[in-house]
Design a protein around this ligand. Structure first.
Ligand code: ATP
Ligand code: MG
Length: 264
């Protein structure tokens, strides 16, 4: 007699890495978001671009659970925010570092807060440094590193707890041109190696396009999505990408949309 075999359980991966429905958020009388919807395809690097003060930081902070919202629903990989493991890279690395801790202790901080045994912390940090080929003397204190190195340290700290999504609010804005190139390349390498989806606010349009699979163009307040633009140039993106036709065309298209929006 044949026994019925149990059906294999297949769990479909979530279709979206971020899903927002009917999001509302005001500060006093100022309406920032009124019934805002957004679905982002999984496994992508998404950048967000929009006018000053339209609510980009507020959006990234609401999605990552740092700022409460008035109503609506935000899901990360089909789960409520509080059940998702997230990493967050702040705009200003100087304020984000804990200056009384060494660079190493800054990176290990999220693991220690969770009570991870010291030898496991050491293994985790070592693996992270090996994976990204980082040769910094991490016994030193944050102030003794260059801006780009400090921002890299803060990115490593966001990665150490193996987040399922990485949020970055203007990660290049406090960096000079040379360090921006360095951090941008490292970020791309991290994306290619880990495949962690990233949601990144960028205030320079070309930066927004360069690394992204999808660029979100936001309106003035009350903020809505003007357009979701795809950019599918092969990776790794290089200096040649910058002069390639698709890059120039997509950047131009985004600029046109932005200027139309500013004229409204
Ligand atoms: N905690 C708060 N209390 C009151 N108003 C706030 C608060 N946070 C933000 N705002 C206001 O909400 C609006 C959007 O702010 P937010 O920082 O999200 O915009 P942004 O798009 O990130 O701006 P920027 O381009 O300057 O980075 C601004 O007018 C800001 O003054
Ligand atoms: Mg901002």
């Amino acid at each position: 007699m044949m026994l019925d075999q149990p059906e294999p359980q297949t769990v479909a991966p979530p279709e979206h890495f971020i899903s927002i429905k009917g999001l509302c958020k005001s500060f006093g009388n100022a309406v920032l978001y009124d019934n805002f919807d957004l679905d982002l395809p999984r496994n992508q690097l998404v950048s967000v671009f929009g006018p000053n003060g339209c609510g980009k930081s507020t959006l990234i902070n609401m999605i990552s659970g740092l700022t409460p919202f008035d109503s609506g629903e935000i899901l990360i990989h089909d789960k409520p925010i509080r059940r998702a493991r997230i990493g967050y890279v702040f705009q200003n690395y100087r304020e984000a570092m804990l200056p009384w801790l060494s660079a190493y202790d800054n990176i290990a901080y999220p693991l220690r807060v969770r009570g991870m045994p010291e030898h496991e912390c050491r293994d985790r940090v070592a693996t992270l440094l090996n994976t990204f080929n980082i040769n910094l003397d991490l016994k030193r204190y944050p102030y003794s590193f260059s801006g780009g190195q400090q921002q890299l340290i803060s990115i490593l700290r966001a990665l150490v707890a193996e987040p399922e999504v990485l949020f970055l609010d203007e990660p290049f804005s406090a960096l000079d041109f040379e360090t921006t190139l360095f951090v941008r390349d490292k970020l791309q390498e991290i994306f290619l190696t880990t495949q962690i989806p990233m949601f990144m606010v960028v205030h320079n349009l070309e930066e927004a396009v360069f690394l992204a699979d999808t660029i979100l163009l936001l309106s003035k307040r009350p903020t809505h999505l003007v357009e979701m633009v795809s950019f599918d140039a092969p990776r790794p993106r290089t200096l040649d990408t910058l002069s390639s036709r698709p890059f120039v065309e997509v950047s131009r298209h985004c600029l046109d949309i932005f200027r139309q929006e500013m004229r409204k």
